[in-house]
Design a protein around this ligand. Structure first.
Ligand code: PGA
Length: 225
């Protein structure tokens, strides 16, 4: 099966850059799922690109200044949502309980959820991931996608080795009674992807820093095709 290429733009690019990017990314023909900054999302949807949001709120409407609801997202043609990204957990103090509520709201609106999990440098990997999965997915029956992103690998140019990646993906899959797709994220670039692509259990890549860099994406495409 073709690997998923998910591009997390984070809070990067101004509108003019987005317009150039749109043209270039379409020419690249990598069939990505793009997670743009939310104010640009409709532009991506209208260009026929699979589009997601980087975050979502747990309510469908109401007095929640500054938030975006899953039903609003769905109403403009959004199909995917990233939930529980490390930066949301760390900077915006999202807990596993918050994440669980967001996932419930998202699946109730037929959004495809990519739940981000991952341990820090000196943390007990299995304990952290188990808690993130069990608490994050409490009472959720719908199928989701996992993105495994060790937090120490995000934006650092460091990465787990092949064996470590194989082991943790096997561990993650053991919590599910369906063949869950597990993406890898954390310093994915043209160099590091050579290792990741050798791990068959990886269903795709979640790319952050390089997601807005067309020439790097071009090199990535060459390595994986
Ligand atoms: P990175 O980010 O590719 O810059 O390491 C990954 C992510 O935060 O999803």
């Amino acid at each position: 099966m073709e690997k998923i290429i998910a591009l997390n733009h984070k809070m990067n690019m101004e509108y003019e850059e987005v317009q150039n990017y749109l043209k270039n990314i379409q020419e690249l023909e990598i069939n990505p799922i793009i997670f743009p900054t939310a104010i640009y999302a409709k532009k991506f949807v209208d260009s026929g690109i699979k589009t997601g949001l980087q975050n979502i709120y747990s309510q469908n409407s109401g007095p929640y200044t500054g938030e975006i609801s899953p039903s609003q997202a769905k109403s403009i043609g959004i199909d995917y949502v990233l939930i529980g990204h490390f930066e949301r957990r760390k900077i915006f103090k999202e807990t596993n309980k918050d994440i669980n509520e967001k996932i419930k709201a998202a699946v109730n609106n037929n959004l495809k959820v990519i739940l981000c999990v991952g341990e820090g440098k000196n943390e007990n990997q299995e304990e952290i991931i188990k808690t993130q999965i069990i608490e994050g997915l409490k009472d959720i029956k719908e199928e989701i996608i996992i993105a495994y992103e060790p937090t120490w690998a995000i934006g650092s140019n460091e990465m787990p080795n092949k064996k470590e990646l194989e082991n943790i993906i096997k561990y993650i899959k053991s919590f599910f009674d369906y063949d869950i797709m597990v993406l890898y994220g954390g310093s994915v670039g043209a160099d590091t992807i050579k290792t990741i692509k050798e791990v068959n259990a990886v269903s795709g890549y979640l790319i952050g820093g390089n997601s807005t860099n067309i020439s790097e994406l071009k090199k990535i495409k060459e390595v994986i095709s």
